[in-house]
Ligand binder design. Structure first.
Ligand SMILES: NC(=O)c1ccc[n+]([C@@H]2O[C@H](COP(=O)([O-])OP(=O)(O)OC[C@H]3O[C@@H](n4cnc5c(N)ncnc54)[C@H](OP(=O)(O)O)[C@@H]3O)[C@@H](O)[C@H]2O)c1
Length: 355
């Protein structure tokens, strides 16, 4: 295993799990040691059980791993065992606390504990200091491990421009409409009869996640306790016939007035927190502003910076609130697996996971 940290991927055969397996193949710090699945795949070689739906081949290192049951006795050695969780919500609710109790760092994409007050809802570029909640969480539960969550992929698509303007001008309210890709629904997801030649204006639970999660991400942690940001939010999520990439249309009310030029300048001059420079997967340009009148677009912009960039455009005055903009992120990369890998890198950089 050389000196990389061995990790497990829970729900490794699914849409997000496959991305974890692919992205971790040549990771400088982490190496996939074990993969788990449901009864459907347990006991089979990964390559045999997985329904591989993404570009490229199944990594050699994972192909012959035997899919294990999702239980916290994965046999991962090392002082800080890590599991990346791509479990469905109900399974995450059952198993993630058991892994944390058994000493694992659980870095999850699932929604089960995102809004739990002592669980950091984390994006390194947005709120890296929220990991200060970890000791509180461990004390509250008497756990030696912990859970850290990535936000919903639709929340991710809007959050960095909101963060930049919150810092620069204050942020009081946001109206958000998303156009979300079909890969966000997992496999097999929405049936082709429902989504081709159509838009489905309903994604179960999504409007509420998009209204609540930004308040946590943009909140503050003081003395190990979280205070939510006081932002009014209204969201409408739509499923559109695009394979990858969630596009969002947002109008905001700011704390103080800003011109379009000032708002664009704030986005273009924003720099990520210093700790991001220590993270091997961190993109060089996390926030790209495009001046073309017809950008961002899913097909043209979702893969920027290996799928880790926010691409923002069309900042204009809003006739109802103050400003409006469009933003996009890749939902299974920045919005899921790549985002969680960055979170794990942050936990290593901050010493919560020992190398
Ligand atoms: N897709 C996205 O863009 C996205 C973005 C952000 C967050 N998420 C979240 O990430 C999680 C995974 O989503 P997904 O889109 O990858 O779903 P998915 O394609 O449906 O995959 C689900 C995975 O969970 C496994 N699984 C199901 N029941 C299980 C059980 N009882 N025990 C162990 N494993 C079990 C499946 O294993 P088998 O194949 O063996 O049945 C499969 O690997 C969800 O919580 C989702 O909300 C998804």
């Amino acid at each position: 295993m050389n000196n990389k940290i061995p990790v497990g991927v829970l729900g490794a055969t699914g849409t997000v799990g496959q991305r974890f397996v692919q992205l971790l193949e040549n990771h400088p710090w982490f190496e996939v040691a074990t993969v788990t699945g449901s009864e459907r795949t347990v006991g089979r070689p990964y390559a045999d059980g997985v329904n591989w739906k993404i570009n490229g081949d199944i990594p050699d290192g994972a192909a012959n791993l035997i899919v294990q049951p999702t239980e916290p006795n994965l046999g991962i050695s090392g002082t800080s065992p890590i599991v990346f969780s791509a479990l469905p919500t109900a399974e995450a609710r059952e198993w993630e606390p058991q892994f944390a109790a058994a000493g694992y760092a659980v870095v999850t994409n699932a929604s089960a504990f995102r809004m739990t007050p002592d669980v950091p809802l984390l994006i390194p570029e947005v709120n890296p200091t929220h990991t200060e909640l970890i000791p509180t969480q461990q004390a509250n539960n008497n756990w030696s491990g912990f859970i850290v969550a990535s936000p919903n992929c639709s929340t991710t698509s809007v959050i960095l421009p909101l963060k930049v303007w919150q810092e620069a001008f204050g942020l009081e309210a946001a109206l958000m409409t998303t156009m979300q890709a079909i890969s966000g629904a997992g496999f097999p997801g929405v049936s082709s009869m429902d989504i081709l030649d159509n838009v489905v204006p309903y994604i179960g639970g999504e409007d509420g996640k998009l209204e609540n999660e930004p308040k946590k991400l943009l909140g503050t942690v003081t003395d190990g306790a979280l205070a939510l940001a006081d932002i009014r939010a209204s969201a409408q999520a739509n499923r559109v016939p695009v394979f990858d990439g969630h596009l969002a249309s947002v109008s905001v009310k700011l704390g103080q007035k800003a011109s379009v030029a000032e708002a664009i300048a704030a986005l273009e001059t924003w720099q990520p927190p210093a700790v991001c420079a220590e993270l091997p997967s961190a993109p060089e340009r996390p926030l790209i502003y495009r001046h073309e009148p017809d950008r961002p677009q899913p097909r043209l912009d979702r893969d920027s910076e290996d799928g880790l960039a926010w691409t923002v455009g069309k900042v204009r005055q809003c006739g109802v609130l103050d400003l409006r903009f469009m933003s996009i992120t890749h939902n299974t990369l920045r919005g899921a697996a790549s985002g969680s890998i960055l979170n794990a890198e942050l936990l290593v950089a901050q010493g919560f996971i020992k190398r």
